[in-house]
Design a binder for this molecule. Structure first.
Ligand code: NAG
Ligand code: NAG
Length: 296
């Protein structure tokens, strides 16, 4: 029988993050215009850096911000490095991010990307964050949304790191963005475009923008049959087109055995990681992300 003491102990365990973070995740009910009713949670370390960086960390389908907070090390790394992490949740379409509608694929279009941008704006203002240190990362659906955020909000975001996702615009026009609602052509790896075509897809999401785009790092497992591996090539072509860079060389065993780091141009705008034999999804490499973002 469950005694009161053991019940309290279980509650205590449940409320303690397993990710080693000092503080709890805090819900932010009102962050401004929220056209698609997303949920915002934020991790603010006790020792916040002056003019801190912000990482927007996006869960996969059927996930939630609280789960991504638990499963990743971003929060405990925020304790040591003084940055803020936003862990939002998508409450719709099997808890996937909308990466398909015209609204979300348009700058200030009133879709999910717009709500996420408003979370960033709110956080920049409230915590006096450095507007040049705003980063986005995510896994699977969150990796897809990482590409979409980079394409729709190049004015806000400085760098992205997307795990096991697809190119921004790959699902354009699909009736949904989840395994049960999406047109499967994209995740099956059957949407192929040239670099020039992908570049136009990105430019069309914010046609008035004439500035630079966030530097991008993309990850994919060769054994991924859920969001098929050929999607890595399409992501690469997309950002090669945007940045005007091309393949320079491979570094095998980077960042670890079994992985290959593909470098494009001089490697400061675009790198890709191919993980041999890894399925869906590539484990999050927080330390590599922080380096890419220039936080460490
Ligand atoms: C870029 O856009 C800004 C703002 O719309 C404009 O003032 C500037 O002239 C544009 N620059 C170029 C090179 O087109
Ligand atoms: C670079 O690495 C990728 C992933 O392992 C591989 O597909 C590609 O053929 C390699 N390219 C060269 C030129 O070695």
């Amino acid at each position: 029988m469950l005694t009161l003491t053991s019940l309290l102990f279980l509650l205590f365990l449940y409320s303690c993050p397993s990710n080693g973070a000092q503080n709890a995740l805090v819900s932010v009910p009102d962050f401004g215009a929220n056209p698609t009713k997303l949920q915002m949670s934020i991790y603010v370390p006790t020792k916040l850096a002056a003019s801190p960086a912000i990482i927007l960390a996006l869960h996969g389908c059927s996930g939630a911000g609280a789960g991504y907070y638990q499963q990743t090390k971003y929060a405990s790394l925020a304790d040591t490095n003084g940055f803020i992490v936003i862990f939002p949740s998508s409450p719709h379409d099997n808890n996937c991010w909308d990466v398909a509608s015209t609204k979300t694929l348009t700058h200030e279009g009133g879709g999910d990307s717009n709500g996420l941008a408003n979370m960033l704006r709110y956080t920049i203002q409230k915590y006096n964050a450095d507007p040049k240190k705003i980063f986005v990362t995510g896994t699977s659906s969150g990796g897809m949304m990482t590409n979409v955020m980079a394409a729709t909000y190049p004015d806000l975001i400085a760098a992205g790191s997307g795990y096991s996702g697809v190119a921004a615009g790959c699902l354009a026009g699909s009736p949904g963005s989840s395994p049960t609602t999406a047109d499967p052509t994209c995740v099956d790896g059957k949407v192929h475009k040239s670099s020039e075509e992908w570049k136009q897809v990105v430019k069309d999401m914010y046609s008035a923008w004439n500035g630079s785009y966030p530097k991008m790092q993309v990850w994919h497992g060769t054994a991924d049959t859920f969001v098929n591996y050929p999607n890595l090539v399409e992501e690469i072509k997309e950002w090669e087109g945007v940045f005007g860079v091309s393949f320079k060389g491979n570094q095998t065993g980077v960042p670890q055995s079994g992985y290959t780091q593909m470098v494009f141009g001089d490697g400061d705008k675009l790198v890709a990681y191919s993980a041999a034999g890894v399925g869906h999804t590539v484990p999050v490499h927080e330390a590599v992300d922080l380096k890419w973002f220039g936080i460490t």
